[in-house]
Design a protein around this ligand. Structure first.
Ligand code: XMP
Length: 525
């Protein structure tokens, strides 16, 4: 195991992912975790991440007392990156100062000593790296040597081979450091002697074993399928482990996209052979949403209805199988459970990062179900990888995210008014199909149409019209937390707008949303 101690760098998760891409299992925990949390994981290598802090500020995070001694006496290799290097220097008796020149961005460094972390490189070799620091190592602790310097003369890499402590002032994990991956690979395999053996197939087998150990042979498990990648992969995995003692429920709340229910159910049944009950609750949802225009109110109502349907599903199941289901499957991912060191000034504490959106809008309190979260150590792209092994069809794995409240947050105002939902479905389908036809679906994080509660004047076939306006939104993003609007070619937009106005009755104007997040959000409500 390679353990990453997170000190708040925006790249920390990237380090974890890069190392996993070398088929090495790596985990990330808070940099201030108690020593027992570190030792209980028994890592062979510990990487101290970068972070926005200065080691001089009073509240700068640091590793637990006793860490250095534990690492030394257990033959553990320690690599500090950026702030991590400065922590090592400071805690082992060296000195860190505010640099004379701060170094941000691309920078050239030169190897001064050919050994340890740069075993393959010769003295004088140069490479371009990505720097991002204000402080620098001014005096190294006893036993440490400078291995590379930046073109401005700042320390870029250090090591104490005997004690197995290493440090890089730059970020090898980002693509702007073109040789960074090679350095990490060399360090982990050749210096630390780590074995590559972490494969998604093994992860799957291991998870299946865990599920079978957790769920007794006569226990039953339920799962709410949203049609999204995470819950589908989680359910497919659990189904592989326990077969038809898994019972899934898919709710058609009347707020789904064009033919979504049919398309999703077909994949569940035909491709994945999942035991799924489809509950048609269109009337139940829409009657509760009638006249509601407040976005938060819509979300609350939808969340509550989901709970009551899910509750009824569990009770019905109990009657059918004569036993209460004992477990609930959730598609929680690793980024949701990582406890990280928040950057200063964000007001966040060292608490779990909890997703603010829940697909099923919360769970009934009295269900007393124990959770099975088979994806909780995986990142999104790894879930897709696992999905491929489980034979979840590729187009399904690549679907754009879709919010739990569905089209309710894309029809602004009262969703039951006129034929807003129907119009939106048609417009959305044309937009998405055009995106797919143009071969750009996979370059976009999320694309969708929004129904606006306004009408505008137009002219169609010599007739003056007073019809609806729809907006098109497409964004690129890494995780949905921030987003940029997607640049379509003009010809593409022109074709889509024409197609929409020509084939969707009731629409005479198409506009495009060109705001990033922030200041907007991805959804309009
Ligand atoms: P926003 O609009 O907050 O969206 O920028 C960020 C991401 O979250 C999705 N989203 C939701 N997902 N329930 C969900 O399951 C919700 O209530 C919800 N609201 C937004 C949104 O589609 C985007 O991917």
């Amino acid at each position: 195991l390679v353990l990453i101690l997170d000190f708040g760098s925006q790249y920390t998760h990237l380090i974890t992912r890069r190392i996993r891409s070398l088929s090495i299992f790596s985990l990330c925990i808070s940099g201030t975790s108690p020593l027992s949390s570190i030792t209980s994981l028994n890592p062979k290598v510990v990487i101290l991440s970068g972070g926005p802090h200065s080691v001089h500020s009073a509240d700068s995070p640091s590793f637990a007392d006793g860490f250095v001694e534990w690492a030394q006496s257990n033959g553990v290799f320690v690599l500090g990156i950026c702030y991590g290097l400065q922590l090592i220097v400071q805690r082992l008796g060296g000195e860190v100062k505010v640099g004379e020149k701060q170094e941000y961005g691309r920078m050239e460094i030169e190897v001064e000593k050919s050994c340890g972390i740069y075993g393959g490189k010769k003295v004088g070799d140069r490479q371009v790296v990505w720097m991002s620091h204000g402080d620098e190592a001014a005096r190294l602790p006893n036993g440490f040597e400078v291995v590379a310097r930046s073109q401005q003369g700042a320390v870029a890499a250090v090591e104490d081979n005997e004690r197995r402590f290493y440090g890089l002032q730059y970020h090898p994990e980002v693509t702007h450091s073109p040789e960074g991956m090679e350095t990490l690979r060399y360090f982990l395999f050749d210096v630390c002697g780590v074995n590559a053996g972490w494969k998604m197939e093994d992860v799957m087998e291991e998870e299946i074993k865990v599920i079978n150990k957790t769920v007794a042979p006569d226990d039953h498990v339920i799962c709410a399928l949203s049609g999204g990648v995470d819950s589908t992969v989680a359910a497919t995995l659990v189904h592989k482990a326990i077969g038809d003692r898994l019972h899934c429920c898919f709710v058609d709340n009347g707020l789904l996209r064009y033919k979504e229910r049919e398309r999703v159910m077909e994949t569940f049944e035909r491709d994945l052979h999942l035991p799924v009950t489809c509950v048609d609750a269109t009337d139940q949802f829409l009657s509760k949403l009638k006249g509601v225009v407040d976005p938060e109110m819509k979300r609350k109502i939808i969340g509550k209805e989901f709970i009551s349907i899910f509750d009824a599903f569990a009770q019905e199941l109990e009657h059918k199988i004569g036993k209460k289901p004992a477990f609930l499957v959730q598609g929680t991912l690793y980024p949701d459970v990582i406890e990280s060191c928040p950057p200063p000034g964000t007001g966040r504490t060292h608490s779990h990062t909890i997703k603010s959106h829940h697909n099923v809008g919360g769970l009934p309190k009295d269900m007393k179900l124990k959770l099975i979260e088979p994806l909780k150590l995986l990142f999104k792209d790894e879930v897709r990888q696992l999905g491929r092994i489980l034979r979840v069809p590729e187009p399904f794995l690549k679907r754009h995210p879709f919010p739990g409240p569905g089209l309710a947050v894309r029809v602004l105002g009262d969703v039951t008014e006129g034929n807003a939902l129907d119009i939106l479905r048609q417009v959305d389908e044309i937009f998405i199909q055009s995106i797919k036809d143009a071969g750009i679906y996979d370059s976009i994080w999320q694309a969708f149409a929004v129904f606006l509660p306004v009408k505008s004047v137009g002219v169609q076939g010599d007739q003056r019209t007073h019809s609806h306006v729809v907006a098109l939104r497409a964004v690129t993003s890494q995780d949905g937390m921030t987003a940029d609007w997607y640049y379509f070619e003009h010809k593409f937009l022109d074709d889509v707008a024409r197609k929409i106005c020509n084939s969707v009755r009731g629409v005479n104007r198409v506009v495009q949303d060109i705001t990033s997040k922030p200041p907007s959000t991805i959804e309009w409500e």
